[in-house]
Design a protein around this ligand. Structure first.
Ligand SMILES: Cc1cc2nc3c(=O)[nH]c(=O)nc-3n(C[C@H](O)[C@H](O)[C@H](O)COP(=O)(O)OP(=O)(O)OC[C@H]3O[C@@H](n4cnc5c(N)ncnc54)[C@H](O)[C@@H]3O)c2cc1C
Length: 558
């Protein structure tokens, strides 16, 4: 168990190391050269150097036994430094995940101790040239090698595509089809018949090594089959999705914030029409505040999900998908807006936001694309809607109405409006059998993610007001500002669910002309419109907090 103090120290040493070894000029140089800084990656993973990877390894295997919340904090911090380097470190944990969840005690001891004691770098080999989102299309084969009637090993043949650390790892976990189905195998580098291609020339995360793998009859002894039982591979991969998607969610969050944290100081120095950009409301309320709000909504969902995983609520795959979807889309939007916020400078390499924008793009592709996240979210919550005869989100909404009675300042009333509207949209989709249109199914996934995130944010704003937030939680904002952030997001979520909901239901033929007024009324439009009152004042409040403007300064500026 890691204390808040230890976590803080670890994050600090990570920051200090990065400041020394990866200043902006070095990052720009490596990005231009398309080069992975192997020495840095090794330092981060070596127990006698930074050893940040120790946080991820259970104590019984020589690590520090960080929980999901600690891992989210580390991932966010690493992403703020460089997403390519962060990906290298993450790949070791993706690579060892099948071992953590599915290996025999002997395999765990051997391999997890190697990570903790020797800083061994792993790669995770699932994707293939023709099997990405659809891993069921896997073609890599593991044939049994039988001697005296006993399985003594496997011969693996096939190709893996886009493997992070593919060209630099010491060990690999590779998914291959055995006669009993997909299974994970642990391979050392350099085995006969096991080769990797040259690094890919990528759009972003150019500091991360990504390479294709080729396996030509590679022999591994039977003790390299993870868990010792064939056919468990997809289950083992799924068992950690909640957790691994949270890691990538934290990447989106960290990268998005690192871009905004460049735009904010820039805007205080750049003078336009006689005053800094930071004092132009049209600039700040378009380019800065909405992105901060979106990032913090995603953070709320990440933190809640991490706490629930740590409390033993299971792997929470759908929640992991919502966290990833919201945080990585928010990170991309924030980086894009930061380029705009820096104008022409933002468009050059030197000012870094352009690099962050290229880097963060990967987070909506790997560990499940945004479209696959939308599908995952929608399919799961659709079942909840059906099982409860349409009451799932109405029930949740009622909880937020109660929260609003206790904490009228945190936007819980708006979250309730979003959730009630969502329940009505889902019900209309059920009645019209609209999920037969894949587009509708995926768009519902987006609306679900927004409405649930509004709920998370309101809950956390209330916890903060009660001084009951996890002591490891991010404390960038005080309770009143956090409540304003929550009110802004929940207004937006309610409007989005009702507006997009009506668009997709009517668009897919789910509401005839005669039914439309009743459907519109069920969505609560008048209340949602009224809830927009106070939006601009809340944006002013958040802007003042971001720029550290006191009440006195605001008065003086006015
Ligand atoms: C830099 C980088 C690093 C990576 N690292 C690793 C790694 O370490 N290990 C590893 O195993 N993999 C890794 N990957 C692979 C990554 O996880 C896959 O690229 C990703 O899952 C998408 O698969 P794909 O590229 O085959 O795209 P596809 O699955 O072909 O998807 C293409 C497009 O179609 C959409 N799509 C796919 N299926 C559907 C559907 N059913 N309905 C609607 N739309 C759909 C997708 O959302 C996407 O927009 C990495 C990829 C990159 C680029």
């Amino acid at each position: 168990m890691i204390t808040a103090k230890t976590l803080k120290l670890s994050l600090k040493s990570l920051r200090e190391y990065a400041k020394k070894r990866l200043p902006d000029e070095k990052l720009i140089e490596l990005d231009e050269k398309d080069e992975c800084p192997l020495d840095v990656v090794h330092d981060l993973c070596s127990p006698d150097k930074v050893g940040i990877t120790l946080l991820f390894v259970p104590e019984e295997y020589g690590g520090m036994g960080g929980n999901t919340f600690d891992v989210y904090c580390v991932c966010e911090e690493m992403a703020r430094i460089d997403l390519g380097v962060a990906t290298s470190v993450l790949a070791t944990f993706l690579g060892s995940d099948p071992i953590t969840v599915g290996a025999t005690p002997e395999q765990k001891k051997l391999w997890l101790s190697k990570i903790a004691e020797q800083g061994v770098l792993f790669a995770y080999g699932a994707t293939e040239p023709e099997a990405g989102s659809d891993l069921g299309a896997l073609r890599t084969i593991a044939d049994r090698v039988i001697e005296d009637g006993k399985i003594v090993g496997y011969k693996i043949s096939g190709n893996k595509q886009w493997i992070s650390n593919g060209g630099i790892a010491d060990a690999y976990t590779v998914l291959a089809n055995t006669p009993a189905g997909p299974s994970w195998f642990i391979l050392d580098k350099g085995l006969k018949g096991f080769t990797h291609d040259k690094p890919e020339d990528k759009h972003g995360i150019r500091l991360s090594n990504t390479a294709a793998l080729a396996l030509d009859n590679v022999f591994v002894p039977v003790d390299r089959l993870v868990g010792g039982v064939e056919g468990q591979g997809l289950l083992q991969a799924q068992a950690v999705f909640g957790y691994t998607r949270l890691m990538v969610a934290a990447f989106g969050l960290g990268a998005g914030w690192s871009a905004i944290d460049r735009a904010i100081p820039y805007s205080t120095k750049r003078i336009a029409a006689g005053a800094p950009l930071s004092e132009k409301q049209g600039y700040v309320h378009k380019l800065i505040v909405p992105n901060v709000v979106r990032l913090e909504a995603a953070r709320a969902y990440i933190e809640e999900t991490a706490e629930r995983i740590d409390a033993g609520e299971g792997s929470l795959n759908t929640e992991g998908a919502i966290a990833k979807y919201m945080a990585t889309e928010a990170g991309n939007a924030a980086a894009e807006a930061s380029i705009q916020a820096l104008g022409g400078y933002g468009y050059t390499h030197e000012y870094m936001v352009e690099k962050i924008s290229r880097d963060v793009r990967i987070t909506i592709i790997y560990e499940g694309t945004s479209e696959i996240m939308e599908m995952t979210i929608s399919r799961d919550r659709w079942q909840n809607h059906l099982k409860t005869r349409g009451q799932h989100y109405h029930d949740q909404a009622r909880k937020f109405e109660e929260l609003h009675a206790r904490h009228p300042e945190v936007g819980a009333d708006n979250a309730a409006l979003a959730l009630h509207a969502l329940a009505e949209v889902l019900e209309k989709a059920r009645a019209g059998r609209l999920t037969r249109f894949q587009h509708i199914l995926l768009r519902l996934g987006e609306l679900i993610a927004y409405a649930e995130s509004a709920g998370s944010l309101a809950r956390r704003a209330a916890l903060m007001a009660d001084n009951k937030l996890n002591e490891k939680s991010n404390r960038r904002f005080d309770a009143p500002t956090f409540a304003a952030i929550s009110r802004i997001f929940s207004r937006q979520a309610a409007l989005k669910v009702a507006q997009d909901g009506i668009q997709w239901v009517v668009g897919a033929g789910g509401a005839a002309d005669a039914e439309l007024p009743a459907f519109e009324a069920s969505l609560g439009f008048p209340a949602i419109r009224r809830a927009q009152a106070g939006l601009v004042a809340d944006m002013d409040l958040v802007a003042d907090a971001l720029y550290g403007r006191t009440a006195k300064e605001q008065k003086a500026a006015a």
